[in-house]
Design a protein around this ligand. Structure first.
Ligand code: C2E
Ligand code: MG
Ligand code: MG
Ligand code: MG
Length: 274
C-alpha cells in the first residue's frame, strides 16, 4: 500500500506518527488528571462454583469514569498508563478501593482478586505495602489473591519467587492469569507459589462448538495437570450455556464470564449503595 501511494505516503506517515505521539501525550496528561480527580473505580465480576452457582469471589477490574467519553476499560488506556508509569499510582488507588469494598461485604467467605502489573512486583517493598494496605482497609489477607501473568514471573524469576513466598507467608495467595497464552510449561510455572490458575478466554470461546477450533482436549489436559498440582482452576470468559456445560462436564470447578455476571460496581452486587 505504501508503494502504490508513492512519495506522498512519507508525508502522511510522518503526520500520523506525530498525531499518535500527540495523542499519547494528551492521554498521559488526562490519566494524571483522572487520578487527581478520583475518576478510577473498580468494577467487580463474580467468580462462581460451576456445579452449584455458589459465589466464591470477585475479580476487581479497572474502570475510568471519563468526564466526556463515559466509562472506559483497560484496553483504551492501560498500555499508555504502563508505558508512562502512571499505572503504579492507578493500581494502588484501585487496590485500596477494591479492598475497602470487599472488606465491607457481609460475605466473609468470598475472596477478592486484583490484577497486578509486572512493574509492581519488581519493587522490593510491594509486599509490605500491600500488607499495610490490607491492615488499613480491614480486609483479611486470606481473602485476597493477586492475579499475575506468566510474563511477570519470567521477568525476574528469583525475585518473584521470593516475593510470592513472602506474600504467601502473610496469607495472600496468587493466581496465574491468562493461562495458556504463554510458552512456559505448567510444571515450571508451578515452581512459583501459586493457588489458582485461570484458563484464558481464548480456550473457552470455542468450547462446546463443533470443529477444529474446539479446544476440549487442551482444556482437559490443563485441568488434569492443574488437579495433579493441587491448583484450583477458574475458566475465564464464559459467554454461553454450551461453554459452561462443556467446562462443567470436564470437571472445571470455577468460572467467570458474561454468562455468569458482567463486571459492575459493587453497589450492583449488593443491591444498594456501596
Ligand atoms: P484479565 O485480568 O484477563 O480480565 C478479564 C477480562 O475479560 C476483563 O476485561 C473482563 O471484563 C473480560 N471478560 C470477562 N468475562 C468476559 C466474557 O465473558 N467475554 C469477554 N469477551 N470478556 C470477558 P477488562 O476489564 O477490559 O480488563 C482487561 C485486562 O486489563 C485484564 O485482563 C487485566 O489484565 C487488565 N486489568 C484490569 N484491571 C486492572 C487493574 O486494576 N490493574 C492492572 N494493572 N491491570 C488491570
Ligand atoms: Mg485478571
Ligand atoms: Mg485473564
Ligand atoms: Mg487478560
Amino acid at each position: 500500500r505504501a508503494k502504490s501511494l508513492g512519495r506522498k505516503c512519507f508525508v502522511l506517515f510522518d503526520a500520523s506518527l506525530q498525531r499518535e505521539a500527540i495523542d499519547v501525550l494528551a492521554l498521559e496528561g488526562e490519566l494524571r488528571d483522572a487520578l487527581e480527580h478520583d475518576q478510577f473505580e473498580p468494577y467487580f465480576q463474580p467468580i462462581l462454583r460451576l456445579a452449584s452457582d455458589e459465589l466464591v469471589g470477585y475479580e476487581a477490574l479497572l474502570r475510568w469514569n471519563h468526564p466526556t467519553r463515559g466509562v472506559l476499560g483497560p484496553p483504551e488506556f492501560l498500555q499508555v498508563a504502563e508505558d508512562c508509569g502512571v499505572i503504579e499510582a492507578i493500581d494502588w488507588r484501585m487496590f485500596e478501593l477494591s479492598c475497602e469494598r470487599a472488606a465491607r461485604l457481609d460475605r466473609v467467605d468470598t475472596y477478592l482478586t486484583i490484577n497486578v502489573s509486572p512493574r509492581h512486583l519488581r519493587h522490593a517493598d510491594f509486599d509490605t505495602r500491600l500488607i499495610d494496605m490490607l491492615a488499613r482497609t480491614g480486609l483479611s489477607p486470606t481473602r485476597l489473591l493477586i492475579e499475575i501473568t506468566e510474563g511477570s514471573l519470567l521477568d525476574d524469576p528469583e525475585c518473584m519467587r521470593a516475593t510470592l513466598a513472602r506474600l504467601q507467608a502473610a496469607g495472600i495467595g496468587a493466581a496465574l492469569d491468562d493461562f495458556g497464552t504463554g510458552y512456559s510449561s505448567l510444571s515450571y510455572l508451578h515452581s512459583f507459589p501459586m493457588k489458582k490458575l485461570k484458563i484464558d478466554r481464548s480456550f473457552v470461546v470455542a468450547l462446546g462448538s463443533q470443529g477444529e477450533e474446539n479446544h476440549t482436549s487442551v482444556v482437559a489436559a490443563i485441568l488434569a495437570l492443574a488437579g495433579a498440582l493441587g491448583l484450583g482452576v477458574v475458566a475465564e470468559g464464559i459467554e454461553t450455556q454450551q461453554q459452561r456445560d462443556a467446562l462443567a462436564a470436564l470437571g472445571c470447578e470455577y468460572g467467570q464470564g458474561f454468562l455468569l455476571g458482567r463486571p459492575a460496581p459493587m453497589a450492583h452486587w449488593l443491591g444498594r449503595d456501596a
